[in-house]
Ligand binder design. Sequence first.
Ligand code: FPP
Length: 234
Amino acid sequence: MTDTNIPCHIAIILDGNGRWAKKRGLPRTAGHARGAETFRKIATYCKNIGVEYLTVYAFSSENWKRPPEEVKTIMKLLDNYLHEAIDTMERDHIKMKVLGDVEGLSPELQALVAKTDEISTRYDGFQANICLNYGGRAEIVNAAKRYAEDLASGKVTELDEKIFGNYMYSAEIPDPDLLIRPGGEQRISNFLLWQCAYSEFYFTDILWPDFTPDELDKAIAEFNRRDRRFGGAK
Ligand code: FPP
């Protein structure tokens, strides 16, 4: 990866866990367990190659519609991961943030999120963001409500994109440079609608549990071939 421009912020829609399991005659929950493992590997790889922010879509506000057993398994995997992350953060001085409607999570998960927030204030390294109970439209509506409250109380008087961005869950996080969607679908599924205005999109048929550092290298190589103009002329 010499002479490669490493994206500062990579966002990934974790898709294809269910199909990965089905292909092997396993329950969907086995796909999520493997997907959580893949996330660990890819996060470590991102940190090692110099990516500064990795944001993953782990559970959307619409995913509560899934069968209760499946939701329970995903929540358990996230609980395990947050426990483990607390140790890793302290060891490697990394930051982690949960983006989404945290109040809709279980009290146990909320306590873990509060703990990771607190540890994150101490460090300044690689940052992993987990979108949890997250919806892009809901995030924008939530930001508008909070802005309206601050406007009414006189805390703010101006409005521009930068000021409004500070009301998003992603305040202080730069916009994603590269958005990757494995799993074969080519849509954004209510993910980071505000933040992906100028992100480069990369789609692959590989199912998320099969995603490897090599696949990430391919996405980054493709990103390097893109000509990012941010609306400017050629
Ligand atoms: C989408 O695949 C995946 C999810 C809705 C859950 C993702 C959650 C995890 C990988 C668990 C823990 C995460 C972390 C970050 C530790 P799908 O079930 O929609 O797959 P399909 O399209 O093949 O059915």
